[in-house]
Design a protein around this ligand. Structure first.
Ligand code: FES
Length: 107
């Protein structure tokens, strides 16, 4: 069984609603979102090419990739259609004491 470890990302106030911030941990890049329904986290790179999703645009629960405008549903990571067809990996998020934490499996 893989053990989940929680890592602090930033204060909840540091990400405006309908915005995204990048988080790096042990050489991996993640995208952490603030949507109208809460905070979420996914892999940091688009599954189409290598665009950083933190440079993309959040509207509602959708992230639009800055490179070719591929769209993903943030909570599920599901690709919404061409040019993206591979879903994003998602990661659990929790808030505690006004801070956001991302849950990552221990290496
Ligand atoms: Fe994201 Fe092409 S790199 S849609």
């Amino acid at each position: 069984m893989n053990v989940l470890q929680w890592h602090p990302v930033c204060a909840c106030d540091d990400i405006d609603e309908e915005d995204v911030r990048e988080f790096e941990h042990e050489g991996k890049v993640y995208a952490v979102y603030h949507t109208p329904t809460g905070f979420y986290a996914t892999a940091g790179f688009c599954t189409h090419e290598t665009a950083r999703l933190a440079d993309g645009f959040v509207f509602g629960e959708i992230i639009e990739c800055p490179m070719h405008m591929g769209r993903f549903d943030i909570p599920s990571g599901k690709a919404q259609g061409a040019p993206v067809c591979v879903h994003l990996v998602t990661h659990p998020v929790k808030t505690e004491g006004g801070r956001i934490f991302i849950g990552l499996e221990a290496a």
